[in-house]
Design a protein around this ligand. Sequence first.
Ligand SMILES: [Zn+2]
Length: 570
Amino acid sequence: MLKIEPLQQKYIPQGFKITSWEDIEPFTKELLARPINSLAEYERFLEDESELDALTSEEYTRRMVLMTRYTNNKEYDDALNYYLQNISPKMAEYADQINRKIADSPFADQVKDVGFALALKGLRTQMELFRPENIPLQIMDEELGNKSGKVRGAQTVMLDGEEMTLQKAGDRLFWQDRAKREEAWKAIQGRQFQDKQQQDTIFAELVTIRQQTAKNAGFDNFRDYMFKSLRRFDYTPDHALEFHEAIAAHVVPLVRGMVEKKAKEMGLEKLRPWDGAVDPKGRPPLKAFHGVDDLIEKSTRAFANMDPVFHGTIATMHAEGHLDLESRPHKRPGGYMTGFDVKKLPFIFANATEKVRDLITLVHEVGHAVHQIQMRDLRLQAYGRYPMEVAELASMSMELLSMDQWHLFFDKEEDLKRAKKDHLETLIGLFPMIAQGDAFQHQIYLNPDMTPEERNDLWTKTESRFATGMVDWSGFEDWKRIGWHRVHHIFEVPFYYIEYGIAQLGALQVWRNYKRDPQKTLEQYKAALALGYTKSIPEIYETAGVKFDFSSAMLKDLMAFVQQELAELE
Ligand SMILES: [Zn+2]
């Protein structure tokens, strides 16, 4: 167990409760009006402002967590909506004013903390992008994103007389009975196609709003606006385009080889879309654990074998009720980790059944949680606001580092090898999907006047750049065109996608280092996480012992490494 001290409140009284904007307002007014006459006063002001930030952020997180855990509880739903509608917009206005006060102070350049300059750069970027007229647009954007999520969340299908979610129906794609797979696949795709019109319309509205948001902030297009907004200080849109090309050149042939082998093992010339997930050797899906208690017990042992901080993180979360991992009705699908900025203890949400995927999801989220734990002593909230390229380095590395402990989950050598091999193959297969989703979004926002049908054609066209040509979609071309409707990122968190690819290359390097020197690699990993966002992304990667590099050469090198690891598992 870790000893975790909550945030020491020096400004806002202990036990302070936020029920409405009126509770927060006196502090915002005081901070905005406070005179600052020395560096000491400025630093005190920064700490006080950060304290208010932590309290409001934790309040939002608390409401969000409750809503996702109990989606049928109206009180929780109302509480979150109240926050989003009545507190968030006022906080956004206040944030802009306070950011200006922080950035414009003559003492700003005298703060000695490592990381303050970077935080200032982030603030100045936010200020540069801030337009009051964009606040309502951003709220509409979020609401439309939620609406598309609700459309997806309401999708169910009937199979064997049972109504089920698409996620559950998707489990059947791992079944050996090919006719049953085809039936399930058609039910899922057909159901999604029913909502085509609705999703196309929502997205068209989103593109209009996003284009307007970018225009208001002085940009030609939403892509360039988002590159700035996502604080992509260390690479440009052209680097992303080169990454897409490198994936087409070095990963797609590898994936093609894997699919060819699979088709051969299954005795097929080409695969059909419902053949992608099934085990080609005819084995049933692997089970990694029996129930959530077993998952927690085994993972806790695995982390104990790896590192005391990793172990302490999961053990403390478990003891404090900060793990909600079981799949049950009235719970939002998916999984996430979120930080509590006052309590300083992370929270993990998941929907675990018994699949290997559920084990990997937990390990991934524990990677994010360790990140929160490592950063807990950073002085200001701003120091912990790392970009996604850093966040996913922590989580994706953890997936690979944990593989040495997977024997705790699989008794048989054959199962263990199969689970590892599946994970590595899935990881390789993700790169083309990431490139496709990212390349698609570049084109969408560079051409905001496209019609919905032109967008659907663009998806098929983009797909062909990254496809293996080994899957026969004939007869289902219309369904294929709207494949992007399934990708919630495109609706809800635009352009957040390529980070997975970039961070995966970092994670593969961490794993390669770990194989050579486990102890040193873990120390480097923890040191990198402890930095939060007080250094640039390349410097954080360097601290982790790896390069921030997604060039063609690096990709090629790492793919050769993964292939060698795969060969050892044969
Ligand atoms: Zn993640």
